[in-house]
Design a protein around this ligand. Structure first.
Ligand code: O7E
Length: 211
């Protein structure tokens, strides 16, 4: 029903490569963020890209357009196939990420609403809805929406049409894969897989929800 995206939030190279290799058959993409890149260096992207899976750079890029462009160019030159940006710097900043992504044959996802409890402080009162409209206007490939609030995913889906939804919060944050999988294009799962004694078996447990 959906892709399974492994959020590889470990901080050492040996663990990252062994977990990724063990789970390669069980997942559809790998998301890499600050924990792993700060722990190992950007070169980890090339090592992971060798597995042949799409590689999503979760740097939640959030700067002026020129800086966003410089960051995204580095991301794609490092071997990533997609980048995640924040929307709050505005349409021109998102557009810079989209332009860099598409110039490199990659994708750009924009955070519309986050999954943790505190997210409701600022991602409220129509803000995620406004972000979705921006995403449609500026040609981004999709949004990030919270697996912890499936009702909100349905609302945001109605605003973005065919664009993709990647959804973190399944597993450790309490999101239910059976409820979320039919609503999204990719479920992002971190600790419930990489923190398991047998990460491959933990990833395989999501097989009933994969397309
Ligand atoms: O809770 P886990 O361990 O399954 O990990 C979830 C991952 O998704 C982790 O990397 C976290 O930083 C990220 N995430 C959220 O948990 N909630 C959000 O709202 C957004 C993200 C995220 O990745 O944003 C970009 C996809």
């Amino acid at each position: 029903m959906t892709d399974l995206v492994l959020s590889l939030d470990v901080t050492d190279r040996t663990s990252a490569l062994s977990i990724a290799a063990a789970c390669a058959e069980e997942v559809d993409a790998i998301k890499v963020g600050y924990p792993l890149v700060l722990g190992t260096g950007l070169g980890i992207a090339r090592d992971l890209a060798d597995l042949g899976l799409p590689l999503i750079a979760d740097f939640k890029v959030a700067d002026i357009p020129n800086t966003n462009m410089l960051i995204c160019d580095q991301v794609f030159e490092a071997g990533f196939s997609a980048v995640i940006a924040q929307a709050f710097p505005g349409p021109d900043s998102i557009a810079a990420c989209v332009e860099s992504a598409h110039a490199h044959g990659g994708e750009c996802y924009v955070v519309a609403e986050m999954s943790h409890p505190g997210a409701l402080t600022f991602f409220s009162e129509g803000v995620p809805e406004a972000i979705c409209r921006l995403v449609v206007e500026n040609g981004a490939d999709g949004i990030i929406a919270p697996a912890t609030r499936p009702a909100r995913i349905k609302v945001l889906r109605n605003l973005i049409g065919e664009k993709k939804i990647l959804s973190p919060g399944v597993g450790a944050q309490g999101g239910d894969p059976a409820e979320v999988a039919p609503l999204v294009d990719g479920m992002i799962v971190g600790r419930a897989i990489y923190g398991a004694v047998d990460p491959a078996a933990a990833a395989r447990a999501y097989a009933p929800y994969r397309r």
